[in-house]
Design a binder for this molecule. Structure first.
Ligand code: NDP
Ligand code: GUE
Length: 295
């Protein structure tokens, strides 16, 4: 292996420390930031995330609430839950875990969240603010990726960035953030022609596809910075393991730096969720925002 390992786990611990200091300061003024997570039905990936998040929210000194609703919850009942959380002054951040069961309209639910409490940054208002370069809530996973890229590369301007994946929760906001930092951005997806060739031109390659080890080392430009967002659970050698969208072993021989899975983007996502909750709480109270925790 020649690539430097980007230690998301250590980076995330540092951010959580900064968040905890910010929370302690607020507590001195009688304010406790609070995050409410709504989970509808059962989804194995979501459960890991919700569990880790609950523990880390409390460790940072914040209030944490988990609202578990049955899979057969109606749209009206879910909208009513969101309205309750919007109206609750102790709740500064609301996250509705995705995906929702198929009978529910996720867009309607997300757009019912008060934009200032939308710590996922998925509400159309926040999406629009981000796209026009205005202050917004920034989606946690892309924000974590951006922080790692800036930390390693400093100024990103002029670099060729390729984002593989165009979802609303990762690919699109990632591309917006990279554009905001003056990268030349290409967004690739399942209809992209010559993906291998495209990836080989990337100084920054972000993989957010959901296909285990899809990107091999020979798609990577020597020295490139590779951010692997994929979280894929696979069976191998008779056991379950977590792998990314990048074939780590071959990629690490070519890349300049690479995030591992686990221990890369995942922990940063949760750290950024806590950071966004602190930011939302400061904004709600008209207090100065924490430095270094926003885009
Ligand atoms: N680490 C973390 O914190 C997080 C990790 N994840 C993980 O990231 C991955 C992506 O998540 P998400 O964005 O929600 O996934 P989606 O399924 O919503 O989007 C996947 C994207 O990949 C594209 N794609 C699929 N197949 C190919 C292919 N063969 N070649 C090129 N592009 C392809 C799709 O293209 P098209 O639009 O054309 O269908 C789509 O745009 C998953 O593994 C998920 O578990 C997600 C969120 C947070
Ligand atoms: N509204 C909403 N917002 C999200 O941000 C959101 C979501 N829904 N639904 C599901 C995806 C997925 N996601 C993860 C976050 C952290 C880890 C994580 O902590 N991963 C650890 C390891 C976890 C393990 O050991 O299984 C790591 O990569 O090191 C994983 C996945 C957020 N998502």
């Amino acid at each position: 292996m020649s690539a430097e390992l980007i230690d998301g786990k250590a980076f995330a611990a540092r951010i959580r420390g900064d968040v905890a200091s910010g929370v302690a300061r607020l507590k001195g003024q009688g304010i406790v930031p609070g995050l409410a997570v709504v989970l509808v039905g059962e989804d194995p990936a979501s459960e890991v995330y919700v569990r880790n998040k609950g523990i880390q929210t409390r460790e940072a000194g914040m209030n944490s609430w988990e609202h578990k609703l049955p899979a057969e919850t109606t749209q009206d009942a879910l909208m009513a839950k969101v309205a309750d959380l919007n109206a609750d002054p102790a709740v500064h951040g609301i996250l509705v875990q995705l995906p929702l069961p198929g009978h529910l309209d996720a867009d309607a639910v997300i757009n019912a969240i008060a934009p200032g409490k939308d710590v996922d940054g998925f509400h159309v208002l926040n999406v629009g603010l981000l796209g026009t370069g205005q202050k917004s809530m920034v989606p946690c996973t892309p924000l974590g990726c951006l922080m790692m890229l800036r930390d390693r590369l400093g100024d990103l301007s002029g670099l060729n960035a390729v984002v593989v994946g165009r979802s609303n929760i990762v690919g699109k906001p990632m591309a917006q953030l990279l554009l905001g930092d003056s990268c030349t951005v290409t967004i690739a997806h399942s209809r992209t022609k010559d993906l291998a060739e495209l990836c080989r031109r990337a100084d920054i390659l972000v993989a957010a596809v959901g296909r285990p080890r899809m990107i091999p080392g020979d798609w990577i430009k020597p020295g490139a910075t590779v951010i692997d967002v994929g979280i894929n659970r696979i069976e191998e050698d008779g056991r379950t393991r977590l792998v990314g969208d990048v074939d780590f072993d071959s990629a690490a021989r070519v890349a300049g730096a690479i995030t591992p899975v686990p221990g890369g983007v995942g922990p940063m996502t949760i750290a950024c969720l806590l950071a966004n909750t602190l930011t939302a709480c400061c904004r709600a109270n008209g207090l100065p925002e924490p430095e270094g925790l926003t885009a």
